[in-house]
Design a binder for this molecule. Structure first.
Ligand code: G3P
Length: 220
């Protein structure tokens, strides 16, 4: 799986998020690989109305319908078309209890939970919650030109050994830019990658995704 997080990048908001989502849809179909896009909350309905891309949220809350001004209700997000969500991204940290509530709500609603972890230690606490995925991302490499695959291949290996279970798969991210970055992550046992700037800021998202897909093909 490739998850493309659009964050709040100017190059990837509004109509521009639709363009990237279309590229995700196209490349996913062409290569039969799961590619998921995470637009800003406000762009989700737009993306779903104009593409058939699979969409995850960048974040959800756990409030039910009711008197909860400003919170993100997961049922409404599901109605808008998400099939899963990121939780505890490095740029949106939560307590373990808040993570647990979100993983449980996802389970109740049939949404895929992807919980981010900054380290193996945090990953080990999250593992007990049995999310569908744990995404390991060293925060200092996020948005940088040095990938987790280049700087910390041992972290990927460790994450797969220590965090992967029959219920929880491991994704890796931070600075992923090249075919080789993806290839290293996949060969070390990761089930996929979490990427943002390389695709969100690309002048040609389809071409950039094709490069990532090559890294997977190596293993197929
Ligand atoms: O959510 C993915 C992200 O944190 C990694 O960002 O820009 O290093 O691919 P980037």
């Amino acid at each position: 799986m490739i998850i493309v997080n659009l964050k709040t990048y100017e190059e990837a908001h509004g109509e521009k998020s639709v363009r990237i989502a279309r590229a995700c849809e196209l490349v996913a179909k062409k290569h039969n690989i799961r590619i998921v896009v995470c637009p800003q909350t406000v762009d989700i309905r737009l993306v779903k109305s104009k593409t058939n891309a699979e969409v995850f949220a960048q974040h959800i809350d756990t409030v039910p319908f009711g008197k909860y001004t400003g919170w993100i209700n997961p049922e409404t997000m599901k109605e808008a078309g998400i099939t899963g969500t990121l939780i505890n991204h490095s740029e949106h940290k939560l307590s373990l209890d808040e993570i647990r509530k979100r993983v449980e709500r996802c389970r109740e609603l049939g949404l895929v939970s992807v919980v981010c972890a900054d380290s193996i230690e945090e990953g080990e606490r999250i593992k007990l919650l049995q999310p569908d995925y744990i995404a390991i991302e060293p925060p200092e490499l996020i948005g940088s030109d040095i990938s987790v695959s280049t700087a910390k291949p041992e972290l990927i290996r460790d994450a797969v050994i220590k965090l992967q279970t029959p219920k929880t798969k491991v994704l890796v991210g931070a600075g992923v830019r090249t075919e080789q970055d993806v290839r290293v992550a996949i060969s070390l046992g990761a089930s996929g990658i979490l990427s943002a700037s390389e695709i969100s800021k690309s002048p040609d998202p389809e071409r950039s995704l094709e490069i990532f897909v090559k890294g997977f093909k190596h293993k197929l």
